[in-house]
Design a protein around this ligand. Sequence first.
Ligand code: SAM
Length: 282
Amino acid sequence: MSKTHERIRDSQMRYKKGLGQNFLYDENLLRVLVEAAGITEEDDVLEIGPGAGSLTGPLCEKAHRVLALELDERLIPLLTAFTEKYDNLDIRQGDVMSVNLPELTSGLRRPFSVVANIPYYITTPLITLLLSGDLPIRRLALMVQKEVADKVLSAPGEEGWGPLAVRCRYLCEPRLAMEVPASCFTPPPKVDSAFLLLPVREKPAVDVRSEEDFFRVVGAAFALRRKTLVNSLAASLRLERGEASALVENAGLDPMIRGERLSLDDFARLSDAWTRAKEAAR
Ligand code: SAM
């Protein structure tokens, strides 16, 4: 049993399942994850959910500076004790979904990296929040459910292709670093996991006239699965059916196509058609 494992066990902590508390304890695996995340002494890192600090230590050893944000107050003393030897660590208590992240991270070198074994109950909203464009992020390196990694890595027309995959591909170049079996965590989660790398592109994968319209069109296209794109757009963007058909036609798409078959280029043409139609109507 590793020191990290003993420490988590000896803390007699009662895991809060509701907070996605599945801790990593294999010291070799933790070092491999930090290596795979590509963290160097140039990097400042935001760690979300440091828990008892298993990943925090190896991060502090590699990074220039680490800012660790943990929701569970009970874990803060344990985390503080375990990481007291690191003078490049700043521990904060708070909820990543409601803190002011731009303000919290304003002291970090920019762009900074986000590395985390994230609580799975907030996976999609958290990735969406981090990739909302408000934060100067160089890359995300995240432990997620394997199913989520499969989604993010899926291609147009595949089952997982949806708003999350489109956002990740539009802004990042997603890669799988490794799969991690449930047995590597304590307590083991019900699902296998994967360490997903999302290096942020210098500029998005496709040019669009309005990013806001792009993401609204993407959401609308996937809103009614197994319906045609025209029907989905009409219902979700509150358009007349004729207006939705005209957009699809102006984007050079088959009127019978379904939203889940669209590529990034297709979405860009469709959202530009919508932006132009709104501009013309003003
Ligand atoms: N990093 C540790 C590790 O790898 O062993 C713990 C990872 S555990 C999967 C997720 C951590 O996120 C827990 O410590 C949990 O308390 C924390 N957490 C859950 N919800 C959070 C939130 N909304 N904001 C910040 N931390 C949160």
